[in-house]
Design a protein around this ligand. Structure first.
Ligand SMILES: [Fe+2]
Ligand SMILES: [Fe+2]
Length: 204
C-alpha cells in the first residue's frame, strides 16, 4: 500500500511538498527528542552526531520543497502537513508505549528510563527509516523527480548501526526487547499509513 500511496504523492506537487514537509516535521521532532533525552553531563560524540544529523534531515527535506514550488509549506502548520494528527500521534504514542514497556521490563525511572527509551525508540525509528527512505527514493528515480534523499539514506544506515552498538551495551537480551518495540512501532506506523491513504482518497 505504501508504494502506491507514495506514487500518487510524488505525482502531485502539492501533495509531494506536504509529504516532504511531513517527513521534515518528523525528523525535527526526532532530533528534539534526542536532545531532550540527553544527560546533563554525560553527552558523547555519537549522541551529538545523531542529533545534528536528524536536524540536518529536517532542514534538507524542507529545502527539497523549493525544487517543487518555492511558495509551498513554509512552516509546520496542520494545513501544510499530511495527516497532521496521526503524524504527531505516531511519535508521541511510540514514546509513551515504549516507556511503559521499558518501565515494566527493566524497572527503570528518571534519567535511566529516558536513556533506555532513547535507545529503543530511536532504534525502531531507524529500522523504519531504513525501510521507508529507499522505497521513496526508488519512486523518485522512477518519476524522474528533482527531489532526492540519498544523503539521508546513507546517514540513517549509520544511525541504525550506532543504535545497535549502544543496545548491545545496554542489555544482553536487547534483541528480544527490540522485537517487542518493533511490534509497537509497526502498529502505529500501519495506522499512520492508513490515515495517509484515507486522506489521499478524500483529496483525489
Ligand atoms: Fe533522520
Ligand atoms: Fe536517524
Amino acid at each position: 500500500m505504501l508504494d502506491s500511496i507514495l506514487k500518487s504523492i510524488v505525482d502531485d506537487n502539492v501533495l509531494h511538498a506536504k509529504w516532504l514537509n511531513t517527513l521534515s516535521y518528523m525528523e525535527n521532532a526526532g532530533a528534539k527528542k534526542i536532545s531532550a533525552s540527553e544527560h546533563k553531563e554525560h553527552v558523547n560524540l555519537i549522541i551529538l552526531k545523531h542529533a545534528a544529523e536528524e536536524h540536518r534531515h529536517a532542514y534538507y527535506l524542507k529545502k527539497q520543497i523549493s525544487k517543487l514550488d518555492e511558495a509551498l509549506c513554509k512552516t509546520y502548520t496542520n494545513a501544510e502537513l499530511l495527516s497532521p494528527n496521526h503524524t504527531k500521534y505516531y511519535l508521541h504514542a511510540l514514546d509513551i508505549s515504549v516507556c511503559r514497556y521499558l518501565k515494566s521490563e527493566f524497572n527503570l525511572s528518571g534519567y535511566d528510563l529516558k536513556f533506555a527509551a532513547y535507545l529503543f525508540v530511536t532504534y525502531a525509528i531507524e529500522v523504519r527509516a531504513d525501510e521507508l527512505y529507499p522505497v521513496y527514493q526508488a519512486i523518485l528515480v522512477e518519476a524522474k523527480s528533482k527531489v532526492n534523499v540519498k544523503s539521508i539514506i546513507l546517514e540513517e544506515e549509520g544511525h541504525l548501526e550506532e543504535m545497535i552498538n549502544q543496545l548491545v551495551g545496554f542489555s544482553d537480551d536487547w534483541e528480544n526487547h527490540a522485537a517487542e518495540v518493533i511490534k509497537i512501532e509497526k502498529a502505529l506506523f500501519d495506522n499512520w499509513v492508513e490515515a495517509l491513504n484515507a486522506e489521499l482518497l478524500i483529496s483525489a
